[in-house]
Write a protein that binds this ligand. Structure first.
Ligand code: GLA
Length: 393
């Protein structure tokens, strides 16, 4: 965890002035309900203790000066509020710039600029929502500094809009919602169609949520993500010839299978099948957790992975190897890929006393089969985006 005083000191070094306030937004891990959020289905993520800090000082002009400790080789990046455009070489700044642009477009005027110092401890590109974390820490900061009085759900929707329209990834609402609305010791059971949600206590006494990073660089993930989404939309369109539904999340397994011929294409059928079955699994997983039936919860996690591997085809050798190794270890309740896929991380629920063994064996087996070194994190369900310090001058 980054030391708060340390961030304040580093801000001074970089910008030669003192910061006024410090904000934090977490990352998230999704327990189950993958690739269901843009299909009107349910998701079951929780915010985690890792995230992004943002120290700020307001300016008197229109300049935004960005600095990220994670991309310190880029130095200070200077932009202007009058000209916020996507920039490929300064890619991390596209997230906060996108957020600012969306705020302005939506009528939340930003009258002056800022010096902004970001530092995050979420591994980049690991599927733990480092981008949504940067978006939300920025949204939260703008909301507080300009007293826009937007609630955390509105902030998550504005941030998602930035990701969709500025960054160009057609992501659903899960990441931004979880990052904004996270609650300590709870997972969020969210209906992505209605945005109705419920906090589900995660009483994992005696168990650890282990996130394992493939450390595979994710090439082309965004375009493949958009392609999956388009395939689901096409399947829905074909089902709409006879079925009056708004999304794949409206379908029971029985209705879906009874109308599968309408889709008329095996690939599209399998994509839609994942979305429909995964939504049903997520509903069941929530119930299993309520009943204290962790064993069933774990089985559903495993089924989710198989479906993402075989029908949705977003896993790959790295994720599959990690998950298969996890399945064969003692003390493992369930294991699956988490996030968009194509690399990134797996999430496993492991009995405490078996965690060291799990990490050693999965780590070694992965290195041997894939040739990469996995990293392990123990994540704790945590609170959402917040202001953590105000400096009174
Ligand atoms: C990414 C997206 C989310 C969601 C997941 C897959 O994290 O940002 O909206 O679609 O992939 O479940």
């Amino acid at each position: 965890m980054n030391n708060i005083d340390d961030i304040m000191i580093k801000f001074k070094k970089v910008f030669e002035s003192t910061p006024q306030a410090l904000y934090f937004a977490p990352g998230r891990v999704n327990l189950i309900g993958e690739h269901t959020d843009y299909n009107g289905g349910h998701v079951f993520p929780c915010a985690i203790q890792y995230g992004t800090y943002l120290a700020i000082r307001s300016r008197k002009d229109q300049k935004i000066r960005f600095y990220s400790e994670n991309f310190d080789h880029l130095g200070i990046i200077e932009e202007s509020l009058d000209y916020l455009v996507k920039h490929d070489e300064r890619s991390w700044t596209n997230y906060p710039k996108g957020v600012m642009k969306v705020f302005i477009e939506q009528g939340y005027s930003i009258p002056f600029g800022f010096d902004l110092y970001y530092v995050g401890n979420i591994p980049n590109g690991a599927g733990l929502s480092s981008s949504a974390s940067i978006e939300l820490v920025t949204s939260m900061m703008l909301n507080e500094e300009f007293s826009f009085n937007l609630d955390p759900i509105e902030l998550s929707l504005l941030s998602q809009r930035a990701e969709n329209t500025f960054v160009g990834v057609n992501s659903g609402i899960m990441d931004q919602f979880a990052v904004s609305m996270g609650k300590k010791d709870h997972a969020i059971f969210l209906n992505t169609d209605t945005l109705q949600y419920e906090y589900a206590p995660l009483n994992l006494n005696g168990y650890t949520i282990v996130v394992t990073n493939t450390n595979k660089k994710r090439g082309l993930a965004d375009s493949k993500y958009n392609e999956r989404r388009a395939q689901c939309e096409e399947a829905l369109k074909r089902l709409n010839q006879k079925l009056d539904i708004n999304s794949l999340g409206d379908l029971s397994i029985e209705t879906f299978e009874a109308h599968r011929d309408l889709i008329g294409d095996d690939l599209l059928y399998r994509r839609a099948k994942h979305a429909v079955y995964e939504n049903v699994r997520t509903l069941e997983a929530k119930k299993a957790l309520e009943m204290g039936d962790l064993k069933r919860f774990g089985e559903l996690m495993n089924d989710s992975h198989r479906s993402l591997r075989d029908d949705y085809e977003v896993t790959g050798i790295e994720l599959d190897t990690l998950v298969e190794l996890a399945w064969s270890q003692e003390g493992v309740i369930g294991s699956r890929m988490t996030g968009a896929g194509f690399g990134g991380c797996t999430v496993s629920i492991v009995k405490d006393e078996f965690v060291p063994n799990f990490e050693e064996r999965v780590g070694k087996g992965y290195q041997k089969r894939v040739g990469l070194t996995a990293s392990f994190y123990h994540v704790v369900p945590s609170d959402g985006a917040r202001k953590i310090k105000e400096v009174n001058e």
